[in-house]
Design a protein around this ligand. Structure first.
Ligand SMILES: Cc1ncc(COP(=O)(O)O)c(C=O)c1O
Length: 353
């Protein structure tokens, strides 16, 4: 008889429907692989890896490099297996049975799951009808519930909404617990809270290589925070939690991050172009996005999703998720891919009108 720990069997799973899509635009990934120059350098770097050694030096090189970009030191940087590991460990570190973790809704669905895994109380604070973030409402929820960790996703997934830095600062000023800014899509927006780090020692910023830098397969993320937060959260990690292949790859990608400027600009332009096209369609509501994806609401979203799937186009359907009923989230692909899925959506809406 297998006896699992309490609550594990009842835990929700991260629900992604995967198949070999012709056009895969369901996970906010980058649809282009490494830029050729970067690929060349990565392969050359990997050929020099000491496979027989635990990776210490490589962690430090990447931490030093990231720290320098933010005027910090390597003691302010913690690496993770994707920002997922960072977020999970922060929930663990600030959670526990006496912990309360407050986050917005709708937002990244894993927050609720990580709160449960950390055996903490998870409190979801509703965004406004148009998904705008209300700093005062959030602050009140954090303080009234005596939260031990507050989480804000900026820009927010899956709504695509950007939260102004002034609103983030208002929260930082008025709460008395750790404040995590999940900035997975920040490269598309630009208003990072990292500049507030020295002013607010309870602030933590999580970033990832998975989205703008197209390194989802390598699983590398990092957080920026005060030294004592980094050294304490680090205790929750197993030793050598990141493999050297991923760290060395991220190191080269970060050195060459300026190579990614044109493709980031292109993704921003595509988000704007596709949002404008979708807005022309009757019955389709398009939420303003400052990311590489767009959220739309449409009464026949379920049927539209089925039609797209039949054509080999995978988007993220939220179906009956509270606050996201009849919503589809579509990540930007290449320009050619975007033209194909847009035509499929236009044809469907025209047929149903
Ligand atoms: C808001 C947000 N945070 C964190 C993550 C985790 O990304 P990763 O673990 O690949 O860094 C995602 C992935 O979709 C995300 O959307």
């Amino acid at each position: 008889m297998l006896k699992y720990r309490d609550g594990l069997a009842a835990m929700p799973t991260y629900d992604v429907v995967e198949r070999p899509w012709k056009i895969k635009i369901n996970a906010n990934e980058c649809n282009l692989n490494l830029p050729p120059l970067v690929e060349e350098r990565v392969l050359s770097r990997l050929s020099r890896v000491a496979f027989n050694r635990y990776p210490n030096e490589e962690y430090d090189l990447l931490r030093e490099q990231i720290a320098a970009a933010y005027n910090l030191t390597k003691e302010n940087i913690l690496l993770g297996s994707g920002s997922s590991e960072i977020i999970e460990k922060l929930f663990y570190s600030f959670g526990g049975r006496d912990g309360t973790i407050v986050y917005p809704r709708p937002s990244f669905s894993m927050y609720g799951i990580y709160a449960k895994a950390a055996e903490s109380r998870g409190i979801a604070v509703d965004l406004a009808e148009d998904y705008a973030f209300d700093a005062d409402k959030f602050v009140n929820a954090v303080n009234d519930n005596k939260a031990t960790l507050a989480v804000i996703c900026n820009p927010n997934n899956p709504t695509g909404t950007g939260i102004p830095l002034a609103a983030i600062e208002r929260v930082a000023q008025n709460i008395d617990c750790a404040l995590l800014l999940d900035e997975a899509y920040m490269e598309f927006y630009g208003e990072s809270a990292s500049e507030l780090l020295t002013k607010y020692p309870h602030l933590i910023v999580a970033r990832t290589f998975s989205k703008a830098y197209g390194l989802a397969a390598a699983r590398v993320g990092y957080m920026l925070a005060a030294k004592d937060i980094v050294s304490t959260v680090e205790k929750s990690y197993m030793p050598y939690h990141l493999n050297v292949l991923s760290v060395a790859t991220a190191d080269i990608v970060y050195q060459m991050r300026y190579e990614y400027g044109p493709r980031i600009d292109q993704l921003i332009a595509e988000t704007e172009r596709l949002s404008a096209e979708l807005k022309k369609l009757p019955g389709v509501t398009v939420y303003p996005s400052v990311t590489n994806f767009v959220l739309v609401r449409y009464a026949k979203a379920v049927e539209l999703n089925e039609e797209l799937a039949a054509q080999g186009i995978g988007v993220r359907s939220f179906n009956k998720t509270p606050r996201l009923e009849n919503c589809l989230r579509i990540s930007m692909g290449t320009r050619e891919e975007n033209d194909i899925w847009l035509k499929a959506v236009q044809d469907f809406v025209a047929r149903e009108a």
